[in-house]
Design a protein around this ligand. Structure first.
Ligand SMILES: [Zn+2]
Length: 311
């Protein structure tokens, strides 16, 4: 039986905020079962908490933000959420002293590294999964995304379509059978990417003050500008898949089913998740204590951080 998880002990990390360019500190604390993932803005008086759930997600120009009823926001949550998905962490308190989570290197790898070093803690209660019961599809122009029932754990198949000399056609499709370890090795290091013209626009409008070649792949009209190049030959599509994994984990539950998408992004992924959860016929919430427990969830291997040696 797989159990719900949290982090083994409280710890903190610091980094640069993408929006402000200032140093941001984030504290992670263990949470009991069935808490979910709760962000708290400790820079506000009194502090404001926002639960990570699909209805709170807003896609902004730069990142994914969680926004509450009063308009209080916490930005740049998407890569951390993707890392939590791979670690199998479903309960956690995350305190930030700014309106954003540090951008780190623009990928999920620094979060994986930190959580592996500190360790995760299994809780007594069984883990719950969202099993796709029937097809759900959303479209936006020529872009689309869908969830389908499947015989395995969680499969992803994603295609991007950029017409750019640095993005070869055959490197714009990727299929992946989700495991935590596979996420860590195949996807977690893929960085966010943007175009030089967007960077110029954003800086002219005082946006993304913390954005740099340290936390994004930047493309000009012909090539990758970063002196060290790419981390994977297909880093672009892999980052889009990392994003999708984070976006689909905004429910706080791993999905049993297959995800397929064309030219998708945060906005469409969130539309898909909301459409999926809007009708109880679309899914089943299953766990091991359940009669409907499913051996297919056995294929779901999360990162076993407890066995990881400190480097
Ligand atoms: Zn991203």
């Amino acid at each position: 039986m797989k159990r719900q998880r949290t982090v083994k002990q409280a710890f903190s990390a610091a980094g640069i905020g993408l929006h402000s360019g200032s140093k941001v500190t984030v504290n992670f604390r263990p949470a009991p079962a069935d808490t979910g993932i709760i962000y708290t803005r400790t820079d506000l008086n009194p502090p404001v908490s926002i639960k990570c759930e699909p209805e709170a997600v807003r896609d902004t120009q730069l990142c994914t933000a969680l926004v509450n009823m009063d308009g209080v926001r916490i930005s740049t949550v998407e890569h951390l959420t993707a890392a939590l998905s791979a670690l199998g962490i479903d309960n956690l308190y995350i305190d930030v002293n700014a309106p954003e989570v540090p951008v780190m290197d623009g990928s999920a790898q620094p979060f994986i590294y930190l959580f592996e070093a500190v360790g995760v803690q299994d809780l007594p209660e069984p883990k719950r999964y969202l099993r796709v019961a029937r097809k759900v599809r959303v479209e936006d122009g020529d872009k689309w995304a869908e969830l389908n029932p499947s015989a395995g754990g969680f499969q992803l198949d994603l295609t991007i379509d950029f017409n750019h000399p640095a993005m070869e056609r055959e490197l714009q499709h990727f299929a992946f059978n989700f495991t935590g370890r596979g996420f860590a090795s195949e996807l977690s290091r893929a960085r966010t990417f943007c175009f030089m013209r967007d960077v110029e626009y954003m800086h002219a409008h005082n946006l993304a003050l913390g954005g740099s070649l340290e936390n994004a792949v930047v493309l000009d009209d012909y090539r990758v500008v970063n002196p060290d190049g790419l981390r994977y030959p297909n880093e672009f599509v892999k980052h889009k898949m990392l994003d999708a994994i984070g976006d689909l984990y905004m429910s706080g539950h791993s999905i049993l089913g297959s995800f397929k998408a064309y030219k998708t992004g945060h906005k469409l992924n969130n539309m898909l998740l909301r459409a999926f959860l809007s009708d109880a016929q679309n899914y089943e919430l299953i766990s091991w204590s359940d009669e409907r427990a499913d051996e297919r969830a056995e294929t779901f291997e999360f990162i076993d951080a407890r066995s990881t040696e400190l480097a």
